[in-house]
Design a protein around this ligand. Sequence first.
Ligand code: PAF
Length: 284
Amino acid sequence: MIICKTRKEISAAVANIRKQGRSLGFIPTMGALHQGHISLVKKSIEENDCTAVSIFVNPTQFNNQNDLKTYPRTIDADIALLESVGADIAFIPTVDVMYPEGLENVTESYDFGPIGQVMEGIARPGHFNGVGIVVHRLFELVPADRAYFGMKDFQQIAIIKEMVRQRDIHIEIIPCPIVREEDGMALSSRNIRLSEEQRKQAVQISQTLFKAQELAKTASVAEVQTFVETTVNSVPLLSVEYFSIVNAHTMQPVTSWDETDWVVGCITVNVGDVRLIDNITLKK
Ligand code: PAF
């Protein structure tokens, strides 16, 4: 596996692949890699001649400085894991490489329209602008054929698809299923920050979503909404920040199952100072 740290190194590595006429898959990550990320890497390896993975904890997408400071960083283990599954390139830039103008001089600004004005767009002001900026810059440096993103960040995929549309970027965005622990808990880099007791209780997030999926077959949208909020909030260490039942194409809330062919329930829960997100299809 080639490790690239500078713009020159990554551009040369990509140019070399292109010169040989080989296809390229790309997985942008913030590191602290787990089997969810690895499922994306494996899919890319299946579908492309070469696979590049970036590891960069992007400061411009953190609206909370404590969240940025405490975001897990496990770079040596990440490199070993990528090597073991057969990734071809790891791009590990510093903040200076990604933002040579200095963070205070970053000026790009996105308007993602209604998809950016709900859920994480409200809860984390500026977050999606930072995601748009960094993914655009990464796509410029790694002009892959396909890029792979986990569906745990359901709204983020819609945002990235919209960014790619607005900037006329010819990279296919491939959404990939959420990977869960055996007990149902969605894999997340943030899970390692949970205490044993928090982790034990946090499983109720996914367990409640699974029950909600069943309930959605017979109950109304409002009933499912109340069920999820009440059940998760009744777990002592869990506090629901929001649970939104949305049209999966537009991210806008629905009030009836008949409004669209695909409805998803998206949840954000605070477990101490760890913020966890998850989602589940309620109708498709
Ligand atoms: O999903 C993530 O890990 C990040 O938001 C991403 C897409 C790598 C951009 O920093």
